[in-house]
Design a protein around this ligand. Structure first.
Ligand code: ADP
Ligand code: ASP
Ligand code: MG
Length: 814
């Protein structure tokens, strides 16, 4: 014998009810008990009508009309002839009765729990009648029994406790003599010993089915709902959640207690002793396997089975030195809560006994405050404890799994993951069973928290990376192009899902929390809102997405000044902008420290040598215990281009002009030719090697003339290059006479850095450096004679974009 329960959404429409009929038919001659919920939305509407009536709002009448219409529509589509008329008559009679109950509530403006239970029971009474008629019309021999005659409860009308002794007897007696193959029962409803209607709490139809299944020792209890099983997390919050194939009773109970609504928490209880298997199945996709809840958990090695959460939580904290070492405080606290019928969801107390922290429902917060402050009035007056602290709008998230207890590091991973994503934890609880670790967090962080935990505990999940990019010039556009091109590859091969959520240039900014369409980003940005640095940061904070990364592809000092704010928000920063890392040392140090403190990367590989892995290599050398002795490098693609093309029969002026026109220098070539740009780069390498130095500490041996340095505009500068042509010709001549090439070299040795033009002899690794290439030679303790050399294109939009991309991927793999 089977017990099948069909939830509200399964009975939400005539199409779905037809699916149910097929499911029941497919079970053939097997005896079946069908427990049904109210049609979708009906329970909520009934409660709404009751509330409205109790405050004399006449709108309750139109809510009743809506309820009538839901039932009529289903009857007209589902039933014909006599069955239709019987059903219409039944529904109209019950709803007329309901209307008069509501009228009298409105008259006295009072809604007792007893009346509320009576009103809300109408949903299941009506749905079970209509479904029985539909089964009969489809040649299924079905009978209906009013569950109020089977399940007896106490008089806690709206959330009644079952008297199992009486109920089990009633159920067994009825089914002993009931010959029908299929019996339909309204879920959720029951009655008190005095035969008044009671209900079993929201979601209680699952419980009804479990009570019946346990009383009759059913072979199986099937819970048919709108999802294909119990998922690793609520599928409407975590798109990557997966159905769990098999889960233990205790795990399922923990998950449901912590908010997995797919099963009403008390449901497992009556089933547990009898070890009746529970299957969670999808009415809309009956072919899907669903979840088996049984004695043992099975499957993958993952010790974490699922993640769930409860909303609308308040944390109350009783604190004071007067509590330390004095027995009886907690007893009084919990007794006070018990007297007020306030349910406790989580408790923590540190061993110092200085405070007790308790999570309760938001709706009980005010009552708890009054009751506890009253109960401890004397101690508060004497200053032994503080008045109760109440913090609303919180949520509890919990990870659950039987096997968690035999694994170390799970709580570390849980809190590490939440911390990395800037989810502040207000309280923590882990039961001695170690089957559940719960944390109280702000309600606004729930989606981010659960999704990041899911990514971190369920390995085949894609890791979502949410980018906020500022600066969409040449390099920015290339980066977006590369991301678009690699998106699928990263998803398929590295399980990384990169999305661009925000884009900004100096004029406009645009956001899409589902990810900006990369084929039309230009148009979207053009139609975006007015850009502002603060506004961009505010959006990053407001969207509050996990694994957020701020990408700076500008050369703007104001943008660079925002990094600390992003890091403090646990948003990673990837910068190709050199300003922050090469500005004063204090600023650089602060950013590095923030990155460590908030456990969030600050990466700027492209600051030196564009896409070449120079900073990364240097970091790897140092973290593995090596020490930098000397660095020699050619770090300016622009200067390398200029000196590679400056030959005997050309003028220096022409080459610089050409370099400028072809985009190899900054629009103002003085930035390159003065050596400042190279000085900034060696400064960054020096700092990454552990030196505390500033730009002024770097010796800059300019090859320019006084005249060049005096120029007040770019035009003046070019003119001065023409005027001083001989100076440059002499530099070239000397190099040629010495069989050397001119290279602009940056050096770091003995804690000192310098930059300047050098004659490089034949055979030196710099001699043949072509085009815009960069080269770096690291002499270290481990590479004393033969340096470690990194060489390749050191400028250009493509390679710079790929360097940024590499930093971004590094964050994904972090
Ligand atoms: P029914 O009306 O069938 O009783 P419910 O709405 O009570 O259905 O429960 C099913 C819903 O529970 C799903 O649609 C889903 O949104 C929610 N849910 C929350 N957590 C989970 C979970 N871990 N697995 C599956 N569903 C969950
Ligand atoms: N109809 C009731 C509710 O919505 C019971 C149930 O569906 O389980 O809470
Ligand atoms: Mg339910």
């Amino acid at each position: 014998m089977k017990v099948l329960k069909f939830g509200g959404t399964s009975v939400g429409s005539s199409e779905n009810i037809k699916k149910i009929i097929n499911i029941i038919s497919s079970n053939g001659e097997e005896k079946q008990i069908i427990v049904v919920s109210a049609f979708a939305k009906v329970t909520n509407l009934l409660l709404e009508a009751a509330q409205l009536a109790s405050i004399k709002k006449t709108a309750y009448a139109s809510v009743v009309d809506e309820i009538t219409s839901i039932h009529h529509q289903i009857i007209y589509k589902l039933l014909t002839d006599k069955a239709k008329n019987d059903a219409l008559r039944f529904v109209n009679e019950k709803l007329t009765n309901l209307k008069s109950v509501l009228d009298s509530i409105s008259l006295i403006s009072e809604l007792s729990p007893k009346s509320e239970a009576n009103i809300v029971s109408h949903g299941e009474l009506l749905s079970s009648f209509i479904i029985t008629k539909a089964l009969q019309e489809n040649a299924i021999e079905a009978t209906r029994k009013d569950t109020r005659e089977l399940i007896t409860t106490n008089t806690n009308y709206t959330n009644a406790s079952v008297n199992f002794e009486i109920s089990n007897k009633n159920i067994q007696k009825y089914f002993k003599s009931n010959e029908a193959n299929v019996t339909v029962l309204p879920g959720f409803i029951a009655s008190s010993e005095h035969k008044d209607t009671t209900v079993l709490g929201r979601g209680g139809s699952d419980y009804t089915a479990a009570i019946i299944a346990a009383a009759l020792n059913a072979d199986v209890l099937e819970i048919w709902t709108d999802v294909s099983g119990m998922f690793t997390a609520n599928p409407s919050i975590v798109s990557q959640a997966m159905p769990i194939e098999q889960i233990s009773y205790v795990e399922a109970m923990e998950l449901s207690h912590f908010g997995a609504k797919v099963i009403y928490p008390p449901t497992i209880h009556p089933i547990l002793k009898k070890e009746i298997p529970i299957k969670i199945k999808n009415t809309l996709k009956p072919e899907d396997q669903g979840t088996l809840i049984g004695k043992t958990s099975k499957g993958k090695k993952n010790p974490v089975k699922g993640i769930s959460h409860i909303d609308n939580v308040t944390l109350i904290t009783l604190e004071g030195s007067g509590m330390v070492g004095i027995p009886g405080f907690s007893k009084r606290l919990f007794e006070t809560l018990a007297v007020e019928k306030i349910n406790v969801k989580l408790i923590t107390q540190a061993s110092s006994e200085h405070s007790i922290c308790i999570a309760i429902d938001d709706c009980n917060a005010d009552l708890a405050k009054i009751a506890i402050d009253n109960a401890f009035e004397f101690e508060i007056l004497k200053g032994r404890i503080k008045p109760l602290e109440v913090e609303k709008n919180l949520s509890i998230i919990a990870i659950v799994g039987d096997k968690m207890k035999s694994h170390q590091g799970i709580s570390g991973k849980m809190f590490g993951t939440l911390g990395k994503n800037n989810v502040n934890i207000r309280a923590i609880a882990q039961g001695a069973s170690e089957r559940n670790i719960s944390a109280v967090i702000a309600a606004k962080d729930v989606k981010k928290g659960i999704n990041s935990l899911h990514e971190s505990f369920f390995k085949n999940n894609n890791k979502q990376l949410n980018l906020f990019i500022t600066g969409v010039g040449n390099v920015g556009a290339k980066l977006i192009e590369q991301i678009a091109q690699q998106h699928q590859f990263l998803l398929d091969n590295l399980n990384i899902n990169i999305r661009i959520i925000g884009l900004s240039n100096s004029k406009k900014m645009v956001f899409d929390d589902e990810g900006i369409h990369l084929s039309s980003w230009k148009k979207q940005l053009k139609n975006g809102e007015k850009a502002s640095l603060g506004g961009f940061l505010d959006q990053v904070k407001k969207l509050n997405l996990r694994n957020s990364v701020f990408v700076d592809i500008t050369a703007n000092a104001d943008v660079a000044s925002m990094y600390s704010k992003y890091l403090k928000n646990s948003t990673a920063v990837v910068a190709c902008n050199k300003i922050a890392s090469s500005a004063n040392y204090k600023n650089y140090k602060e950013l590095k420290e923030l990155s460590r403190e908030y456990n969030v990367p600050y990466l700027f590989e492209t600051n030196v040598g564009a896409g070449l892995p120079i900073i990364d290599t240097l970091n790897n050398l140092i973290t593995s215990g090596d020490q930098v002795v000397k660095i020699q490098a050619v770090l300016s693609g622009s200067l390398n281009f200029i000196f590679n093309n400056f030959k005997e029969n050309t003028s220096f002026y022409t080459i610089v002009k050409q370099a400028q026109e072809e985009g190899y220098t900054e629009p103002d070539p003085r930035i390159d030719l003065s050596g400042v740009d190279v000085a900034r780069k060696i400064l960054i390498l020096a700092r990454e090697s552990g030196l505390k130095i500033n730009l002024e500490d770097i010796e800059n041996n300019s090859f320019l003339t006084k005249n060049n340095n005096k120029a007040e505009s770019v035009d003046d500068f070019f003119n001065s290059l023409k005027t001083d042509a001989n100076h440059f010709n002499d530099l070239l001549k000397s190099a040629n006479n010495n069989n050397c090439q001119l290279k602009y070299v940056a050096e770091l040795s003995n804690g000192k850095a310098k930059v300047g033009l050098k004659e490089i002899p034949l055979g030196h690794p710099f001699y043949n450096l072509e085009g815009k290439d960069n080269i770096v030679m690291f002499y270290t303790k481990r590479y004393p004679e033969q340096p470690m050399i990194i060489k390749g294109a050191g400028a250009g939009a493509d390679v710079t974009a790929s360097g940024l991309f590499a930093d971004i991927i590094k964050i994904a793999n972090n």
